[in-house]
Design a binder for this molecule. Structure first.
Ligand SMILES: NC(=O)c1ccc[n+]([C@@H]2O[C@H](COP(=O)([O-])OP(=O)(O)OC[C@H]3O[C@@H](n4cnc5c(N)ncnc54)[C@H](OP(=O)(O)O)[C@@H]3O)[C@@H](O)[C@H]2O)c1
Length: 339
């Protein structure tokens, strides 16, 4: 009996060691920002309080960026993230945090306007924030859009409102277009068909799906965002470089929507089975630093091109998503309350 128990323990220990080795191999970094490679650049990272956003902000600061602004909707989490990033920052790098709730048009406007007034120039914008929600919620300021989709709309509005800072980057660095990197997900493939027979966006499905599911809403938002990234490159490619990244399956807090028993199990298994946040951020760093000719308009995973779903690569779909986002953002801005 004791012998059998000993053998079982040894087998469990060997399995754990094998999984840990596989995990380490899965998370081994193959791309890093060279020291000093971000020198002189000013960057904003949304969703920078944890996970991939925090890892991205840390890497930017460590590589010598002049300014890294961590957008955070919770001030205390933002300050904690700032302290962590400052601890790794290269000398001279200024690390700040500023409040941003992407599902509020007023918050997006205030964040962007304060950035433009205070810092003037923006060279790298990382649209990283994202969430999986347990139940259907709506964002009143974005026309009652489902909140996962509203995070995408908030990023579209943020980009528009930061335009004066992107223009300043073009003036200061005439040889380099500012970069806009969007973190999407390969789950975009699971989005329902979002165009109707007449080629119009099924606004009901995008904004207020009748039958809510966490994955369905998430996939819809990411599919629209991926199409938007490509449309951004088509429409504004002379002025900026727009890139989408799928980070892989990463050990972060994205699973907060799970009920607590499942979350407790995931908490134990995730470090063993998933890649680290630093590995998840790797392709984001590649997207912001590889030659523009290689990454402009691309969808990347593991620092290599990934093929979008048929829907996300449809030019018609992208055009409809773009027009709809413009329309909703205009209305949201017009109605956004002033403090
Ligand atoms: N983890 C994965 O396996 C995986 C896979 C594919 C794609 N992604 C994408 O990667 C990105 C980063 O996620 P993560 O995995 O690093 O998860 P995470 O640790 O949960 O980070 C998400 C960040 O987004 C912020 N955020 C959420 N809703 C927001 C809102 N309405 N307004 C402003 N900020 C908001 C969160 O802030 P709070 O702390 O205040 O909530 C947090 O800072 C997301 O876009 C996600 O969809 C992740």
């Amino acid at each position: 009996m004791r012998l059998a128990l000993g053998a079982a323990c040894a087998a469990a220990a060997a399995a754990t060691a094998a999984i840990a080795l596989a995990t380490r191999a899965r998370s081994a970094l193959t791309y890093r920002l060279a020291p000093g490679s971000m020198r002189g650049l000013r960057a904003v990272v949304t969703g920078a309080t944890s996970g991939i956003g925090l890892a991205t902000a840390s890497a930017l600061a460590a590589a010598g960026a002049e300014l890294v602004v961590l957008a955070a909707r919770d001030a205390r989490a933002g300050e904690a993230a700032c302290a962590a990033v400052r601890a790794r920052a290269a000398r001279g790098c200024v690390v700040l945090c500023a409040p941003l709730e992407l599902t509020s048009a007023a918050s997006v406007r205030d964040f962007a306007d304060a950035y433009v007034a205070r810092h003037g120039q923006l060279d790298v914008l990382v649209c990283n924030a994202g969430a999986m929600l347990r139940a259907r919620e709506v964002a009143a300021e974005f026309g009652g859009a489902e909140r996962t989709y509203a995070i995408f709309l908030g990023h579209a509005l943020l980009l528009r409102r930061l335009e004066p800072a992107l223009a300043a980057s073009r003036r200061e660095r005439p040889d380099a277009r500012p970069r806009v990197v969007h973190v999407v997900s390969s789950l975009e493939r699971r989005a329902p068909a979002l165009l109707d027979a007449a080629g119009q966006l099924r606004v009901d499905d995008a904004l207020a799906p009748r039958a809510f599911s966490t994955t369905g809403a998430y996939a819809t938002a990411k599919c629209a965002q991926l199409a938007y990234v490509q449309e951004l490159q088509r429409r504004r490619g002379a002025e900026l470089v727009s890139v989408a990244v799928s980070p892989g399956v990463v050990n972060t807090r994205l699973d907060r929507f799970l009920p607590s028993p499942q979350r407790a199990i995931a908490h134990v298994l995730k470090p063993l089975l998933l890649r680290t946040a630093a590995k998840g951020a790797e392709t984001v760093l590649y997207a912001m630093s590889a030659p523009a000719s290689v990454v402009a308009g691309a969808y990347l995973r593991d620092c290599a091109p990934l093929r979008p779903s048929a829907q996300a690569s449809s030019a018609l779909f992208a055009d409809r998503v773009w027009r709809h986002a413009e329309q909703v953002c205009d209305a949201a801005l017009a109605g956004a309350p002033r403090a």
